[in-house]
Design a protein around this ligand. Structure first.
Ligand SMILES: Nc1ncnc2c1ncn2[C@@H]1O[C@H](COP(=O)(O)OP(=O)(O)O)[C@@H](O)[C@H]1O
Ligand SMILES: [Mg+2]
Length: 309
């Protein structure tokens, strides 16, 4: 059994009368990349804030590296590198100054050489004398990661490390996260992106309305629900009619794509063609895809993970 780095027990957290987390249990083992996947407002940031000791729970307990956050917050926190969701970097400092200042907050005093070595790992050496506020979004996120590990922590907590980044910058941040993992660090990240969770995380907790509704490897989450294949097509048809077609267990629209869950795709496709013909509609771009985490989320919670859907 590998070492438990984070242990959250029966955690309930509130803001006034609003319950943000309700009886959350969670353990993260050494060397994992663990993802908290859920929509906005699910409680991801609150959960991290309780692990970090920044928010006091109403009930329950959190241990970090075996140390209770409730009884010894300072010692628990020394093991953590933290990237907050809203990175309030002091943006009138240069990149190098920022890294120096943040490390010093943890009583780690870096030489200029050590700062350069750290920046090199995040592809920021050329920016060492640039003001933080002049960096691109992707560079700022990489700087936030550099700052998060300036104290050389065993555990790194990343709150939406790639939200609002373009695909290229996002991939660069993913590479950095994988690097931190390859060094043996334990990573916990939050995301509302299924792709990100699937690309990075060995295990995922699906969180919705303050509760963890499932926790497992991505493939086990998908396999355990025994979801059917998804038939995808571009066509405009009323959902209530599509749902009555043979073998269909569910149907929805994502953008203008119709997605139909079916036990027998060939039977459903024939019926779909007939329905479209009767309605004077044409069907384009038919494809079959395997179920993914988005489908798991929908099945478990009854609503979609991505708000745009
Ligand atoms: N400082 C706060 N004061 C009051 N309510 C808050 C505060 N922070 C978060 N909440 C509420 O708690 C719930 C969980 O929020 P949060 O943990 O930020 O979710 P997530 O990070 O998954 O988007 C939401 O309903 C949110 O509106
Ligand atoms: Mg959040």
């Amino acid at each position: 059994m590998s070492q438990t780095m984070i242990d959250v027990r029966n955690l309930t957290a509130a803001y006034g009368s609003l319950t943000a987390l309700n009886g959350v249990n969670l353990t993260v083992a050494k060397g994992e990349i663990f993802g908290l996947l859920g929509p906005n407002g699910a409680g991801k940031t609150t959960l991290l804030a309780n692990v970090e000791g920044l928010h006091k729970p109403k009930q329950g307990e959190v241990h970090v590296g075996g140390i209770s956050v409730q009884t010894d917050a300072a010692a628990a926190k020394r093991q953590l590198g933290i990237q907050l969701q809203k990175t309030a970097l002091l943006d009138d400092l240069t990149v190098a100054e920022l890294v120096e200042v943040y490390a010093a907050l943890y009583e780690v005093y870096l030489t200029s050489k050590e700062i350069d070595a750290l920046l090199a790992r995040f592809d920021l050496v050329e920016k060492r004398n640039t003001l933080a506020r002049r960096l691109s979004g992707g560079q700022q996120q990489r700087l936030a990661l550099a700052v998060a590990i300036a104290n050389d922590p065993q555990i790194v907590l990343l709150d939406e490390p790639t939200s609002a980044l373009d695909p290229h910058a996002r991939r660069a941040v993913w590479d950095v996260i994988r690097q931190l993992h390859d060094e043996g660090r334990t990573i916990v990240l939050t995301t509302h992106s299924m792709e990100e969770a699937e690309a990075l995380c060995g295990r995922i907790a699906i969180i919705d309305r303050g509760q963890i509704v499932a926790c497992d490897t991505p493939s086990a989450l998908i396999a355990n629900l025994q979801l059917n294949s998804m038939l995808k097509a571009t066509v405009e048809l009323p959902l209530e009619q599509v749902r009555t077609l043979p073998e269909v267990s569910n149907a929805r629209y994502t953008g203008q794509h119709l997605e139909v869950e079916t036990a027998r795709p060939e039977v459903t496709l024939t019926a779909l063609h007939e329905l479209a013909a009767r309605s004077g509609r044409s069907i384009r771009d038919v494809m079959l895809r395997q179920p993914n985490l988005e489908d798991v989320f929908l099945k478990l919670t009854g609503h979609a993970l991505a708000e745009s859907n």
